[in-house]
Design a protein around this ligand. Structure first.
Ligand code: SF4
Length: 732
């Protein structure tokens, strides 16, 4: 690895959506370890701070397991190095073969929320024009889709935080639902300081997470509802706001629609009934609603959501209930607060704006919208009919892998390209996902390590890492940032842009597929122009001059000063055609089934401070793996005592339905999915709930027991309420 210059490169962290600013400098000559030194850089999101993941990120660049040549699986089942020409010609031949036999949708693409804007954009174009398939979706479906669907429904657009993160500093009350920022993005905690100082940090989480612990010593309140009752809690808060006359009537009349139906829908959720369902005392519910309303009237109040309430099979409705509460209090678009969702993946925001989603075209346009299709046809220089219609969301796409056509269902995907995702660890029901991958005729995985998904591939294409190429990312505030090349990549690795450029040529694709990031960004500007997420006024030159611009940022008219971007959305109007936000009545949630089996719990999965997503990167960083080497199941001591499980003992976690007899596999069916973990006893979790981090592979993969059950609106899988049984286990 050769540093590009001796001057520090100003860039951003490769991991989460906070996109902390960092500089990368060459280490002294002869120094051991990483050839680049990481330093925090001042930026509104991190103010110079980094978490452990950011500090150690440069280790990945010199990691000995780095892939540096394409690998093709031979007839003997082994992956062996081949030239790029052989690799790409084989991939193109497999595409042709699958489509000749089964039609254009027999080829699929699975993308990632960590790809740069340029790659996410070109991947959408590559799928639809070079491959001619509708079958593209991405792992952001597991992350942001419920919040995106709810935001679109309420506001007409979704941008994680529709205000700059520094606005939170002025808040005296922040209601944080289902987000453990103290572990997932530690530098963010500084933005909670104002609310904590005012005693107004209210954290909703069934666990006493590191973030919930920030409410100690008078800094706020921790509400720990029973599993899968977060929606009821929100209905109860809205009930109190309405019943006690705490709503902002003037705002609601001027800026919203739908008050009456929401009022009807929350009427049955009086505090004592909510207490019975959630376990949260009615008095605390009233106090919380009162605090929120007081702050909204006279101070500064924000409502923020995270994956804890979003990753549900009714996640869109749960987020909608949070947005309804914010609207009742008059917050969105107001100078006194707002609503936002804390995006998870590094480019979770940009990744869902440029056409990587099955239902969207660049600029946050609906793929079914005739005007959007006509616009993209003009930008791409193709007939409108050349752009396929909507595909299917990620879980459905994965469930279709290798599936033959049937009278009920069209044939599934037979050849799949995976970019920036490790679905064998991160998708729900990874055993079924692995079976699907193995049923494919051909699997191509682009990655820089031999991830668990890459190990299943027929062809592995080694790609560049974050500090080896230019590009842009869009952080959780919709702020577009420059990612910079600080080092030369290894000789054998290539950018995904180059791979798509070459493959498009081999497939005789219409339109052009540039391999230069700035050229791709210039095309993205045209593609997004006039859309909700308009990047047309953003250029590399402006970003290189030190600007980091929030979208929408339209191109200025000739002679006019450049647009300054839009840090705050909704100040004047929402994005619906009439400019008004929508309150939406949500379905009454069905209660979880009663616990029928000894040792049965509700399992929530989530993240640890030291690891990121599937762990494909962070499990390769020595300091991070030393701190968190293996999966641990958080279990309450009282529950553990009943089961005879000691702290540190091995336990087996399996789906409850297998024990109860429903859907038991027959003798020749696949083995019952089981997770092996060590027990970590903690009184910070409810006795009816257990928690597993999802960063680990193999028998340690939490997603062995999660299910392919999804939200009908967003396609989000249910990751927070899997019914499991925990038993002592003996591990040799
Ligand atoms: Fe910042 Fe997230 Fe990177 Fe940590 S992982 S340094 S919080 S961007």
């Amino acid at each position: 690895m050769t540093p590009r210059t001796q001057a520090p490169a100003a860039t951003h962290c490769p991991y989460c959506a906070l996109q902390c600013a960092m500089s990368l400098s060459p280490t002294a000559s002869g120094a051991s370890g990483p050839a680049l030194k990481v330093a925090g850089r001042d930026f509104p999101t991190n103010r110079g701070g980094l978490c452990r993941k950011g500090w150690t990120a440069a280790e990945l660049l010199t990691h000995p397991e780095r892939l540096i040549e394409p690998l093709l699986r031979g007839d003997d089942g082994e992956l062996r190095p081949v030239s790029w020409d052989v690799a790409l010609e084989r991939a193109a031949a497999e595409v042709r073969k699958a489509q000749a036999a089964h039609g254009p949708d027999a080829v699929g693409v699975f993308g990632g929320g960590g790809l740069t804007n340029e790659k996410a954009y070109l991947l959408g174009k590559f799928a639809r024009l070079a491959l001619g398939t509708s079958r593209i979706d991405y792992n952001g479906r597991f992350c942001m889709s419920s919040a995106a669907a709810a935001g679109n429904r309420a506001f007409g657009v979704d941008r994680g935080l529709p205000f700059p993160v520094e606005d939170l500093g002025a808040a005296d009350t922040i209601l944080l639902l289902g987000s453990n920022v103290a572990e997932t993005m530690p530098p963010f905690v500084q933005h909670l300081a104002g609310a904590r100082a005012a005693g107004g940090l209210i954290v909703v989480d069934p666990r006493r997470s590191a973030t919930a612990a920030l409410t100690a010593d008078g800094a706020g309140t921790h509400l720990a509802p029973a599993p899968h009752t977060d929606l009821i809690l929100l209905l109860g808060l809205a009930h109190v706001v309405l019943n006690d006359g705490l709503l902002d009537r003037s705002y609601l009349a001027r800026r919203t629609e739908g008050l009456e139906s929401v009022a009807r829908s929350v009427a049955p959720w009086w505090p004592e009934r909510v207490q019975a369902a959630t376990g949260v005392p009615a008095t605390l519910l009233r106090e919380t609603a009162g605090r929120l309303a007081q702050s909204a009237r006279t101070g500064s109040c924000y409502i923020l959501t995270g994956r804890g309430i979003e990753q549900h099979a009714d996640g869109t409705d749960t987020v909608t209930a949070a947005i309804n509460l914010a609207l009742l209090l008059g917050l969105p678009g107001s100078a006194r607060g707002g609503y936002g969702t804390l995006t998870g993946q590094g480019n979770g925001q940009g990744g869902r704006e440029h056409g990587q989603k099955s239902d969207q075209l660049p600029g946050y346009r609906k793929i079914t919208d005739a005007g959007a299709r006509a616009h993209m046809a003009r930008v791409w220089g193709v007939p409108e009919a050349a752009i396929p219609g909507p595909g299917v969301p990620a879980v459905e796409l994965l469930a279709s892998l290798g599936r033959p056509a049937s009278p009920e269902k069209p044939g599934g995907v037979r050849c799949l390209f995976v970019h920036g995702a490790n679905v064998v660890v991160s998708a729900p029901d990874v055993t079924a996902v692995r079976e699907g991958l193995r049923a494919l005729d051909f699997l191509v995985v682009c990655d820089f390590f031999l991830s668990e998904t890459a190990r299943e591939a027929d062809l592995v294409l080694p790609v560049l890492q974050w500090a080896e190429e230019e590009g842009t990312m869009t952080n959780l505030e919709g702020r577009v940032l420059r990612r910079r090349r600080a080092v030369d990549p290894p000789a054998g690795a290539r950018s995904e842009l180059w791979i798509m450029h070459r493959l498009a040529a081999l497939l005789d694709a219409p339109s052009s597929f540039p391999d230069d990031p700035e050229t791709v960004f210039e095309e993205l500007r045209l593609a997004s122009a006039g859309g909700l997420a308009d990047y047309s006024g953003i250029t590399y030159a402006r970003l290189d001059a030190g600007e980091a611009l929030h979208w929408p940022c339209p191109d200025a008219a000739p002679g006019a000063p450049p647009h300054a971007g839009t840090p705050r959305l909704f100040a004047e109007r929402f994005a619906h055609p009439d400019g008004r936000a929508r309150l939406v009545a949500v379905r009454t949630p069905a209660p979880l089934p009663a616990v029928p089996t000894a040792g049965a719990f509700t399992l929530a999965t989530g993240r640890l401070l030291e690891h990121y997503q599937s762990g494909a990167q962070t499990r390769r960083v020595a300091a991070l793996t030393a701190a968190q080497p293996e999966v641990r199941l958080s279990l309450h001591p009282a529950a553990a005592a009943q089961l005879g499980i000691a702290d540190g003992a091995w336990v087996r976690v399996r789906r409850e339905r297998a024990v109860a007899g429903a859907g038991l596999p027959g003798p020749s069916a696949r083995p019952e999915p089981v997770v092996l973990a060590r027990a970590e006893l903690t009184s910070g979790i409810r006795p009816d709930t257990v928690f597993l981090p999802f960063h680990f592979p193999g028998l340690a993969a939490a997603n062995r027991v999660t299910e392919q059950r999804t939200d009908p609106i967003s396609g989000m899988p249910e990751f927070k309420t899997t019914r499991v049984v925990v038993e002592p286990a003996v591990v040799e």
